[in-house]
Design a protein around this ligand. Structure first.
Ligand code: PEP
Length: 250
């Protein structure tokens, strides 16, 4: 019997102005007046909407996270945003190592440095890992995931496990409409959990699935014993779809 609290995270990517973000919050609160018992909910807007979304979700129960943070605490880093800055805008966590950022050149070492700074700044972290289609077809999925995980978890003190979540997101499933089957996701996530046991108490570690999750697929995915929730991109942009995914996890 799993006793890890399911987490549903919505990654808005580069969508929604502050006004559109506030409108989303009004719609989400109307649809789901409070976070149901038995699930945790986090919304990850762009930096520019962190403060409006934090304000608009006050008292609702969902918390807010950034989509990344700098690997530096402060200084001459034009265009970067620090962990303490997002904290001051109401974020209590951050995504890190999303494949769309890795595709722009973010390395495992850079992800690990961001993990360290984020945790030191009091943020929770949702660390994204995932294999490409070519890697899956070459049969190296387990090795790829284990290497990404080992690098990121080396930046985590085992005592910080309650502020760390891992999101398994096969790159070929992100934004493609091609969801991994529950069996595929379960198999990969069970492997990730086994690999995490080298570093911390893996039974306490929440591991999400991400990649084209919709209200139609969420319940079946989350019924798998090792899948502790979902990181949702496209379907989180619509409050109705996101609310239905939250309800599927509760
Ligand atoms: C994501 O951005 O993390 C994601 C999983 O996107 P989508 O749900 O649109 O595939």
């Amino acid at each position: 019997m799993r006793d890890r609290l399911p987490l549903i995270a919505g990654n808005w990517k580069m969508h929604k102005t502050p006004a559109e973000a506030r409108e989303w919050c009004v719609g989400f609160r109307a649809r789901l007046p409070e976070v149901p018992a038995g699930v945790e909910v986090v919304v990850c807007p762009p930096f520019t909407a962190l403060e409006p979304v934090s304000g608009a979700l006050q008292g609702h129960g969902a918390w807010v996270a950034a989509q990344t943070v700098s690997d530096q605490p402060s200084g001459p880093h034009t265009g970067e945003v620090s962990a303490s800055m997002v904290f001051s805008c109401g974020a209590r966590g951050t995504l890190l190592g999303h494949s769309e950022r890795r595709a722009m050149g973010e390395t495992d070492a850079m992800v690990a440095a961001r993990v360290r700074v984020a945790l030191a700044s009091g943020l929770r972290t949702i660390i994204c890992i995932g294999e490409s289609l070519a890697q899956r077809e070459a049969g190296v999925t387990v090795e790829v995931l284990a290497a990404q995980l080992a690098s990121a978890l080396a930046a985590v003190d085992p005592g910080e496990i309650d502020r760390v979540v891992v999101a398994y997101e096969p790159i070929w499933a992100i934004g493609t409409g091609r969801t991994a089957t529950p069996d595929m996701a379960q198999e990969a996530i069970a492997g990730v959990r086994a690999a995490a046991a080298n570093r911390l108490d893996a039974n306490l570690l929440r591991i999400l699935y991400g990649g084209s999750v919709t209200p139609a697929t969420a319940r079946e995915l989350m019924a798998a014993p090792d899948i502790d929730g979902a990181l949702v991109g496209g379907a989180s942009l619509d409050p109705e779809s996101f609310a239905r995914i939250v309800e599927a996890a509760a």
